[in-house]
Design a protein around this ligand. Structure first.
Ligand code: SF4
Length: 205
C-alpha cells in the first residue's frame, strides 16, 4: 500500500492568526497561532468553547499550515486548541521545524505527548487528569485560578514538573476575586509567578 505523504496529513483547524503571545514567559512576543479543533476537558470557564467540537471546522494540510506560518514571519509559532494533543503532532511539527520556525505548544496534557517543540506550556486542569507523558516535557507550568481549591491543584501539579520549570498562576478572567488569591499566594510561595492575559488588556486576539 502506498504511504500517505506527511505533508498531506490534515488537522481540523478553528483558526490561524498572527498576534502577540499574551501569556506566560513569552508575553509580548510576535506569535503565529494554529488553533486545533477538539477538546474533551470541558473547563466550565473555558474562553474557547467553540473549539470543543471538530465537526464545523475545515481540515487543513500540514503543508498549508506551514506555508501560512512561514509567510507570517513570527518569532514563534504556537500550537494550541482546543486540546492539540488529541492529535499526533509529529507530522505538523516536523514540517514547521523544517522551515526553521520556533515551535511552542500550549496543552492541558490530557493525551499522549507527540511532536517536537522548543517550548511546552503545560496548563493542567482538574476536570480531566493529565497523561503521565507530559511531565518530562514541560518548560512552563501555567495554572488558571478561579478558587482556593485551584491553588491546591497548582501546588500538587508543581511537584510533578521538572526542576527549573517556570511556574505561573493566571487569574480566571471572569472571576475578579482570583486576582487577590494569586497575589497573596505568590507573596507566600516565591517560586510561583503571576501571568496576566496581556492580549485581553490590549483588546487583541
Ligand atoms: S483545556 Fe483549554 S480548550 Fe479545553 S476546555 Fe479547558 S480551557 Fe477550554
Amino acid at each position: 500500500m502506498k504511504a500517505i505523504a506527511s505533508t498531506t496529513i490534515t488537522y481540523p483547524i478553528v483558526e490561524t492568526f498572527h498576534s502577540i503571545q499574551g501569556e506566560g514567559s513569552w508575553t509580548g512576543v510576535s506569535a503565529f497561532f494554529i488553533r486545533l479543533a477538539g477538546c474533551d476537558v470541558h473547563c466550565p470557564w473555558c474562553d474557547q468553547k467553540e473549539s470543543w467540537t471538530i465537526k464545523p471546522y475545515p481540515q487543513q494540510s500540514v503543508e498549508e499550515l506551514a506555508t501560512l506560518a512561514k509567510q507570517a514571519n513570527p518569532a514563534i509559532v504556537v500550537i494550541t486548541g482546543g486540546e492539540p494533543l488529541m492529535y499526533d503532532l509529529d507530522p505538523l511539527t516536523k514540517q514547521l521545524r523544517g522551515l526553521g520556525l520556533q515551535l511552542h505548544l500550549e496543552t492541558s496534557g490530557t493525551h499522549q505527548f507527540s511532536g517536537h517543540f522548543d517550548w511546552v506550556t503545560f496548563s493542567p486542569k482538574p476536570f480531566k487528569l493529565p497523561h503521565d507523558s507530559i511531565y518530562p516535557q514541560v518548560n512552563e507550568l501555567k495554572v488558571v485560578i478561579a478558587s482556593q481549591l485551584d491553588l491546591q491543584w497548582a501546588q500538587q501539579q508543581g511537584t510533578k514538573v521538572p526542576l527549573g520549570t517556570i511556574k505561573y498562576l493566571q487569574p480566571e478572567w471572569h472571576t475578579p476575586d482570583s486576582q487577590q488569591l494569586i497575589y497573596d499566594f505568590v507573596l507566600q510561595y516565591p517560586d510561583w509567578r503571576i501571568s496576566l492575559q496581556m492580549h485581553k488588556f490590549l483588546g487583541v486576539r
